[in-house]
Design a protein around this ligand. Structure first.
Ligand SMILES: [Zn+2]
Length: 246
């Protein structure tokens, strides 16, 4: 099997994704992305978008992708903070209603149709025990692609299930860690997806610091960089076209 063909003669692909519409993404992350001309994907929580609506519209205007991250962010009740809104208490209809509501919000307030989705907490099930069901098939019917579990590796473009794309969390990661992941993905010709929450001046458990992020963007935009960088949607669509032999 030969190497997968990425655009522009590149040997690997990279998507940067940001979750939950945290304010630091607008205030600290966005200027860095724009300075390096790096398109990104934002899996937004509508409740957090609302107070900064004008700023989020600007994000859309700059060509970044807005993706679906559900309306109310249900995760497993094993996370104590999600006990009141636990996936174990959802039905398939319920979770799909939550997802449709988020798409309605994004369509009406931000003027774009979300075509990719990120499962909250990377979890793809509803119900418990014998009643547990995967909602991945329903997401797969409605979206071009979906970001799933947090892993330590990049995706093989030949085999990846586009409804189950793995991401590497870079919350609080030093630039050396990010570059190590990038080098490995480049050597294997893979699609690397990074996920983070806050981009800040000060370190924190969910914070990628501005200086580390800026250093990483400089590296991946350097002449000779092996990476084709695009939104999650852009790379998923490229994989689909390659599979169809277009
Ligand atoms: Zn989230």
């Amino acid at each position: 099997m030969g190497h997968f063909k990425w655009p522009e003669g590149k040997t690997a692909a990279l998507s940067l994704t940001f979750d939950d519409a945290r304010a630091s993404q607008l205030d600290v992350g966005l200027p860095i992305l724009d300075r390096h001309a790096v398109p990104a994907t934002f899996y937004v929580s509508p409740a957090a978008v609302e107070p900064r609506l004008g700023d989020w519209r600007e994000v859309v205007g700059k060509g970044h992708e807005i993706g679906n991250h559900t309306m109310t962010h249900p995760c497993s009740e094993t996370f104590s903070w999600s006990r009141e809104n636990a996936l174990e208490n959802y039905t398939l209809e319920g979770i799909m209603r939550d997802i449709e509501e988020a798409s309605d919000y994004i369509r009406s307030k931000l003027g774009v149709e979300p075509v990719t989705c990120a499962y909250p907490c990377g979890q793809k099930f509803v119900g418990r025990g014998a009643e547990r069901k995967s909602y991945m098939p329903l997401v797969s019917e409605r979206f071009v692609a979906a970001r799933s579990a947090f892993e330590m590796t990049a995706n093989d473009p030949f085999g990846v299930d586009l409804a189950d794309v793995a991401a590497v969390s870079v919350d609080s990661a030093p630039v050396e860690d990010m570059l190590r992941h990038a080098e490995k993905a480049a050597a294997e010709g893979r699609w690397l997806v990074f996920l983070c929450h806050e981009v800040g001046k000060e370190p924190g458990p969910q914070t990628l610091t501005a200086s580390e992020f800026d250093a990483f963007c400089t590296e991946i935009r350097a002449p000779g960089s092996p990476f084709w960088i695009d939104t999650f949607e852009g790379i998923a669509r490229h994989i689909l076209r390659q599979r169809k032999g277009e």
